[in-house]
Ligand binder design. Structure first.
Ligand SMILES: Nc1ncnc2c1ncn2[C@@H]1O[C@H](COP(=O)(O)OP(=O)(O)OP(=O)(O)O)[C@@H](O)[C@H]1O
Ligand SMILES: [Mg+2]
Length: 410
């Protein structure tokens, strides 16, 4: 039997897969008539089934009884990966959870193609973790373990922006110096490449741990969490003195990958204690309600939708899931202000990529935007200002990486 390789772009927010079919790249319809699926899992406590992708997101929105998880890729390399947790009568760790997601991708790809895939070529960010080589290396070790556990016997990795370069070079004239700017859900990744007669020459690749989920988190901290009591005054147990509510609980609740761990007795007690001593109990009541009704992910999705809306015009974050008619206004200016520090980090990482290639910005002819968060105008305008002479190109934001990975399997 011929050994086939499945290309997989396992993303923080979205995942895609594909393979070479008769010499041409073929994207798998990984969801009904869709070549990407949300990187989400829902453990349904009633039916005892594990749901993936759109079905998992639907179960969360419907309010089904269970445990939802998203942004699993951000957990790779951290100590949480190997902690065992009790889910549906099982003690499982994140290696097992991610491997089940990857096994589902393998199963769907095999069902759609009629082939068996024992080998995987997976994308990877240039750095899972910035400024921490040990954690970065551990993240790759973890991801490899997940693929092996999912049933692949051979796993290779390729930098995601290099795959995007491979997918895009044929649209550019020979001798062009291009910069791939891939801003995803979890990381920002860059590749400078030169188009040659038969392919590309990579000049430098680099990346930083900043992505759309960080944008959501920042918007939540600035615009949602204050409505739940962040920064409000809490009376000390003795005397009349007050102090601001501690930040940690609000920061964790605003972080996609930490939300599933917020619904513990300990965290609920902490929130109830804050409510008991709150100078503004109407705010802290929203915090205890969020934990009681497990609405953390609903708030994170609200932040994400608000971000995408405010990217186009002044908008607001719809929080009616928490309280009738509760919204947080979000103007385009406020969006730009909230994301300024994060876009500055992206700008610095781009500058470092140039330094690695020993090139001045003016040498870059072409700027190729990839990844969902490259659709943010703050990102686009920052990069255009950094490379005023480069020609911007937009291709398929959500499938450029997988297209390149498929080509690379050949
Ligand atoms: N129209 C849009 N405007 C702005 N941001 C968007 C838009 N659509 C999606 N996004 C954001 O893009 C991000 C997902 O992009 P993408 O699918 O490229 O990431 P990923 O490949 O899963 O992540 P990574 O490569 O970092 O692991 C999310 O944070 C999402 O909120
Ligand atoms: Mg990506």
């Amino acid at each position: 039997m011929q050994a086939h390789t499945l290309a997989i772009d396992f993303g923080t927010s979205n995942t895609a897969a594909g393979y070479m079919l008769e010499g041409a790249p073929k994207l798998v319809d990984i969801e009904p008539s869709n070549s990407t699926l949300p990187t989400s899992i829902f453990f349904d406590f009633d039916s005892r089934k594990t749901l993936f992708g759109t079905q998992a997101n639907k179960a969360l929105i419907t309010g089904d009884y269970g445990r939802f998880m998203r942004a699993l890729k951000s957990v790779l390399g951290t100590s949480i990966m190997h902690e065992r947790r009790r889910i549906m009568d099982e003690q499982i760790d994140f290696i097992e959870i991610i491997s089940r997601f990857l096994r589902e991708i393998k199963t769907r790809a095999e069902a759609a193609s009629g082939l068996t895939f024992n080998k995987a070529l997976s994308g990877r960010p240039v750095h899972f973790h910035s400024d921490d080589p040990a954690k970065d290396a551990q993240a790759l070790t973890d991801l490899r373990a997940c693929y092996l556990k999912a049933g692949f016997t051979d796993v290779k990795f390729m930098f995601e922006p290099e795959a995007a370069a491979l997918a895009n070079h044929s649209h550019l004239a020979q001798g062009t110096l291009g910069l791939i700017v891939d801003i995803g859900g979890g990381t920002s990744d860059f590749t400078i490449f030169e188009t040659a007669q038969n392919g590309i020459k990579i000049r430098a690749s680099h990346g930083t741990r900043v992505g759309g989920t960080d944008f959501d988190r920042k918007l939540s901290i600035d615009h949602i969490m204050p409505l739940l009591g962040k920064g409000s005054q809490i009376r000390k147990a003795f005397g009349d003195e007050t102090m601001p509510a501690p930040n940690a609980i609000f920061h964790n609740l605003a972080t996609w990958q930490k939300i599933p761990f917020m619904y513990t007795g300990e965290t609920r007690r902490e929130a109830n204690d804050l409510l008991k001593h709150a100078a503004e109990p109407q705010l802290l009541k929203r915090l205890t309600d969020t934990l009681e009704n497990e609405l953390g992910h609903d708030l994170a999705f609200a932040a994400e939708r608000g971000k995408i809306a405010a990217n186009i015009a002044d908008a607001s974050i719809d929080l009616t899931v928490l309280e009738p008619s509760l919204t947080a206004p979000l103007t385009q200016a406020a969006l730009g202000h909230a994301l300024h520090a994060l876009t500055t980090k992206i700008q610095s990482a781009t500058a470092e990529t140039l330094a690695l290639a020993s090139l001045p910005p003016a040498q870059i002819n072409s700027l190729i935007f990839v990844g969902g968060s490259s659709l943010m105008t703050v990102v686009e305008s920052t990069l255009q200002a950094q490379f005023p002479t480069a020609q911007p190109h937009r291709t398929s934001a959500f499938t450029a990486v997988i297209e390149g990975l498929i080509l690379a399997t050949a």
